[in-house]
Write a protein that binds this ligand. Structure first.
Ligand code: FES
Length: 91
């Protein structure tokens, strides 16, 4: 799902019971990653198939031009908390 937090567009994913927060836009043609697929620890872009590792945002499959941001996620009771400060800097 899309989350906007302090001006950051973030994609919040639940992959195999664990939450990940990553940049919302693919670095290939800057289309939303929302609606993509989760596979092998990656999020796949629904447009041209680029894949990004959920853990560090690195490119797992082209045609992406660079990695995406990742954001710290904390789960407490029934609340998922996401930090707007990225944990990496792929730019
Ligand atoms: S916009 Fe994501 S692979 Fe092209």
């Amino acid at each position: 799902m899309h989350v906007e937090l302090d001006g950051e567009d973030i994609l919040l994913c639940n992959y195999r019971g664990k939450y990940y927060a990553v940049g919302y836009y693919c670095t290939h043609a800057f289309m939303p990653l929302e609606g993509g697929y989760l596979e092998d620890g990656c999020v796949g872009c629904p447009y041209h198939g680029a894949m990004f590792n959920l853990s560090d945002g690195s490119v797992a499959m082209p045609p992406a031009n660079g990695g995406i941001r990742t954001y710290p996620v904390r789960v407490e009771n029934d609340t998922v908390a996401v930090s707007a400060t990225p944990s990496n800097d792929p730019d």
